[in-house]
Each structure stands twice: as structure tokens, then as C-alpha cells.
Design a protein around this ligand. Structure first.
Ligand SMILES: Nc1ncnc2c1ncn2[C@@H]1O[C@H](COP(=O)(O)OP(=O)(O)O)[C@@H](O)[C@H]1O
Ligand SMILES: [Mg+2]
Length: 333
């Protein structure tokens, strides 16, 4: 999808997913019976919309809340406040029973598919079982469906009789993808699905995800910690820092004209500098990521920002809602 088509869609279409003011905190427990001694603000007031057919890349350093945001969207994590709307339905507080119907439409792919595969169960059964449990196909059609799924993700037919440990990392991720798409979802949250794979395999899996997106009309939230990893696949990129989205823009635009100093720093770390990238003065990132249990006042990035000014220490910037959103008092020009 081109950026223009995307903008067009924004005016004509309702988003598939709307995340509004979402907060997901983890209590810090001191003793077994004591009350929470504080909270880790893993996701702290996130607003994000996903349009049908697009891929939003979600990037940021480890611990900034990407997985928690993904898990909150698929409702594996209970949020403290805010709303999640899927196809205009507010699913934020759906009960397990109500969620059953939605669960098939919102799937998640993990970094380590092995963890979610039972080592004692053959691939055929691992794929067939959810199809039957969720009444997705008739019993008489399960076998054909499993074969079709294996074909779609590029695995041989013989894979059906093998066990998870008999596959390589890349093949296991293909099984994870087959499982996710077997539900015929509309949205898939991909949480670092290629981070643990060899570089050559990464490209194959990314290509597979892109092909499936087109074929099955999927929408992706694609999580990665490096910005380079999402360039190929994303229509837009959201940059997260300490529980907040600090910049959100169409991919090309973000690479060409980063507005947040943090984004600029992430782009510098991108191993193959893009020739179209504006000449950037080398910046040096200072210090460590502060604790999400006690984030800095004002702009959360101010303790590490090379451009910090007085205002940044006091006043928290909000993400602008234009096409190239940025949360910074002094965005780069
Ligand atoms: N189940 C949990 N219980 C307590 N703290 C958690 C839990 N999961 C994540 N966290 C904390 O929340 C913050 C965000 O984590 P996470 O969402 O995993 O970040 P990312 O995926 O960007 O690396 C981190 O400080 C992490 O330690
Ligand atoms: Mg993570």
C-alpha cells in the first residue's frame, strides 16, 4: 500500500483496531501479602490506530513495553485503563466467553514458537486441534485444511507427521505462522518473529509474512527492537520509549525525516545506512534507560536527550495527531 492510499483510507475507512489511552501496569510486590509497592508502567497512555491491510512496525529498546502493548491488544494482559476497539467493538473488558469469537480474529506470533508447541504432539495434531475446537472446519475437512496450511507456509506435506524438535528455527516459525493463520484472523500481532533466526532465514520469513498478508488480507502489528528490521515490511513505524509512543510516521518519511531525537539515534544504529537518509550529525546517546517504575518527569527521554532544554524536564510532550506524529517540544527539522 502506498502512503497516499493509506491517507486516503484514513478518511474513508474506520480503523480495524483503535487503541485509546491504554495503560498496562505491573504491580511491584514486596511481600506475598503486602500491597503493591509501586507499578511498572510498561504501557503508559498509548494511542494507536491500525488500518486494514497495513503493517505498523513497533520499535524501541528492550523493556520499553512493546510486548506488553502487543499482549494487551490480544488481551493476554489485562490493562488498567484506556480502550481497545476492534472493528468498532470495545473489547477492553470482554469476558473470556465474549472473547472467544474475537480471539480467532486477533492472533499473535511469538519470537519462540517452540515454547507454544507441545513437544509430544505431531504437527498434524497441533494444527488440527484448534481447527476442531473452534469449529473452523468440519471434521471431514480437517486433513485437507492442514495440508493446505502447510503448503501456504512453505512446509512439505511430510511435515505433518513430525514432532516440533525435528524442525529448524525457521521451520518452527512457519508452523507458528500456520497456526496463527488457521484461525483466519484479520489482525496478527507479530512479536519479534524473526529476532532469533539467522539473517538469511529472517528474510524468508519476512517474505512469507508479506505474501500471506496480501493473499489473506491481513493487518500486522510487527514488533522488533531494531528499526532496520521493520523497514521492509512496515507501512508506518511507531517508535516506543519507556511505555509511550514518541513518534509515528509512514516508513519512508520516518527514515528520511526523523523528528524525535530518539528516533534519530535508533536510525544511526541501523547497520546499513540508507542512501536516501538525510545527512545526520552524529549523536551520542547518553546513559541507561531509566526504570519504567519511576520514569523521569516531563519528557521521559530528557535524561538521555542531546538537545534537552529546561521545558523538557517539567512538561510532558504529547504525540501530535497529524500524519507524522511526534512527542517532542523541540522536534528536529
Ligand atoms: N509479567 C510481568 N510482570 C512484571 N513486569 C513485567 C512483566 N512483563 C514485562 N514486565 C516489565 O515491563 C516492562 C516492559 O516489558 P516488555 O513489554 O516485555 O518490553 P519489550 O517487549 O519492549 O522488551 C519491562 O520493565 C519489563 O521488565
Ligand atoms: Mg518484547
Amino acid at each position: 500500500m502506498t502512503v497516499l492510499e493509506l491517507i486516503d483510507k484514513r478518511f474513508t475507512k474506520q480503523p480495524l483496531l483503535q487503541v485509546e489511552g491504554l495503560k498496562t501496569y505491573y504491580p511491584i510486590q514486596r511481600g506475598v501479602f503486602s500491597k503493591a509497592a509501586g507499578f511498572i508502567r510498561a504501557v503508559d497512555d498509548v494511542n494507536l490506530q491500525l488500518y486494514e491491510g497495513e503493517t505498523v512496525g513497533l520499535v524501541g529498546e528492550s523493556g520499553c513495553g512493546k510486548s506488553t502493548l502487543g499482549r494487551s491488544i490480544v488481551r493476554l494482559e489485562e490493562s488498567n485503563s484506556g480502550r481497545i476497539l476492534f472493528q468498532n467493538q470495545d473489547i477492553t473488558h470482554y469476558s473470556q466467553r465474549q472473547l472467544k469469537a474475537v480471539r480467532t480474529q486477533i492472533q499473535m506470533i511469538f519470537q519462540d514458537p517452540y515454547a507454544s508447541l507441545n513437544p509430544k504432539i505431531r504437527i498434524y495434531d497441533a494444527l488440527a486441534e484448534p481447527l476442531l475446537v473452534h469449529n473452523l472446519v468440519k471434521r471431514s475437512e480437517v486433513q485437507k485444511e492442514v495440508e493446505q496450511l502447510l503448503h501456504l507456509v512453505g512446509l512439505p506435506r511430510t511435515a505433518r507427521d513430525r514432532y516440533p524438535h525435528e524442525f529448524s528455527g525457521g521451520q518452527r516459525q512457519r508452523i507458528g505462522i500456520a497456526r496463527a493463520i488457521s484461525f483466519r484472523p484479520k489482525l496478527i500481532v507479530c512479536d519479534e518473529p524473526v529476532s532469533a533466526l539467522d539473517v538469511s532465514i529472517q528474510a524468508q520469513i519476512l517474505n512469507l509474512l508479506q505474501d500471506l498478508q496480501e493473499e489473506l488480507k491481513l493487518t500486522y502489528l510487527f514488533i522488533a527492537h531494531g528499526i532496520g528490521a521493520v523497514k521492509q515490511i512496515s507501512t508506518r513505524i511507531a517508535v516506543m520509549y519507556l511505555g509511550k509512543i514518541v513518534e509515528l510516521a509512514p516508513t519512508e518519511e520516518l527514515f528520511r525525516r526523523p523528528k524525535h531525537p530518539y528516533t534519530k539515534l535508533l536510525l544511526q544504529a541501523y547497520p546499513q545506512p540508507d542512501p536516501t537518509l538525510r545527512k545526520l550529525k552524529k549523536l551520542v546517546i547518553q546513559g541507561d534507560v531509566p526504570s519504567p517504575a519511576n520514569p523521569p518527569h516531563g519528557c521521559r527521554f530528557h535524561t538521555r536527550c542531546p538537545y534537552v532544554q529546561e521545558r523538557c524536564q517539567k512538561e510532558e510532550p504529547v504525540l501530535t495527531t497529524n500524519q507524522h506524529g511526534v512527542a517532542c517540544h523541540y522536534p528536529l527539522t
